[in-house]
Design a protein around this ligand. Sequence first.
Ligand SMILES: NC(=O)c1ccc[n+]([C@@H]2O[C@H](COP(=O)([O-])OP(=O)(O)OC[C@H]3O[C@@H](n4cnc5c(N)ncnc54)[C@H](O)[C@@H]3O)[C@@H](O)[C@H]2O)c1
Length: 461
Amino acid sequence: MPQRQSSGSLSRRTFLQAAGTAAAAFPLVSPAWIKAAEAPSERIRVAFIGTGNQGMLLLRNFLKFDLGDVVAVCDVNQGSYGYKEESHFYGREPAQQLVNEHYTKNRTKGTWKSCQAFTDFRDVLALPDVDAVFLVVPDHWHAAMTLLAAAAGKNIYCEKPASLHVVEGREMVNAVRKHKVLFQVGSHERSNPVSQFICEAVQAGRIGEVKKVITKVGYNNKVGPGPGWKPMPVPSTFDYETWLGPAPEAPYHVDRCLYRFRFNYDYSGGQITNFGAHCNDMAQWALGLDQSGPVEVECLDAKFLPEGSLFNTATETRFRCKYANGLELLCESGPEQVQVRFEGTDGWLQTGYKGTTASSPNLLEGLPQKNGTDGLDPHSRHMRAFVTSVKAGKEPAANVEVGHSSATLCHLANVAIRQFPKTGPGHVLKWDPKAERFSNDDDANAMLDVKWREPWQSVRG
Ligand SMILES: NC(=O)c1ccc[n+]([C@@H]2O[C@H](COP(=O)([O-])OP(=O)(O)OC[C@H]3O[C@@H](n4cnc5c(N)ncnc54)[C@H](O)[C@@H]3O)[C@@H](O)[C@H]2O)c1
């Protein structure tokens, strides 16, 4: 077995103090990727933090493809219905049961004994023998957990969108680089052979010079409680205080939390960051603009639910942005069949959930299967890419800078969209991708960050 770091027996308070002040150097750990590189053939030991809709999907596939040992799961929900699908019963205990049953039936390799279950993720970060954590929690938790996990020397697989706000995304980059851990964002299209083919075809000039890029995000498909909605009692099996974490104090409603958090700006960015973190990521990837960003952003249209609704993200919207080379990206709500369409001087290519098409069949020559030749779906292939990176101590392709830059594009759009009811069309925000500031709108700059609720703000230093 590789030498795993020991974080000793830190109390939560000491843990926060140790990890606090800009995620200050965590005294008891060695850089995770150096440690992992010492024993490349070892099975990695992982913990899943957040075992809801996406967490359970990833967990099931991690076990199915035997990508390592799941030694811990963590969720503030002991277990309940109320997730994306009515039939889903998810949370900490269902996840622990899934893992224990799986290994009891299928154990062949490794040294796994049993899976521990935790309510407080800091208890997971304090486990000395966890090599990597999967952060599959709502977006408002991604940054705080990343700062603490990096300070604890854990490698990190963090779901997309990397962050909730631009400033915290930059803090995530800094923390990952400072503590020399590996970070992969859950933008699984990066591991989808079809998306790789399309993005590489565009880069290689198959459609000539790219003239226009169109991306699509789904409609905000949930209506949610309207004006005058009534708070609900917090279930005894749900640690709501910790679910809220860095987000502002707010009365409990199940639709605020499980799955539907994505339709409230305190926790997510609506479909602009939900689907947008995939399709806009693919656009920047194909255009070779991963480490860059637009110079102009403009909301063209935005519709919202009535004031006082629990869900406040735009239900339908359209925005455009322009890059320094003059190229325009148009992103719009619509049926989700198409994720991204590239139009060039020699033809067009588009790909999405219902398939891949082109202006001429020869543009698709060599198109691979979505699940490759080994049957791995894109989510599982993306997790395998992460595991491979950790074992080899090698930087993942979908690294923290990629995650930050794709999320930033979506956040900039949301700033323009949220301003739209006041500004109307024609308000062009000028963005400086290096300074990560708008040059012509202080109100917009004020929307690049929020102060976290304590004790979490102290983690930022
Ligand atoms: N890559 C993809 O295609 C994809 C698909 C779906 C969701 N996601 C992402 O996954 C994340 C989770 O989304 P979801 O749909 O699974 O949401 P969900 O509400 O179904 O699950 C989130 C889980 O996290 C738990 N949780 C919240 N705060 C916690 C904390 N402090 N500690 C431990 N557990 C906590 C919740 O109780 C819940 O069980 C989001 O960031 C979302 O964007 C990615």
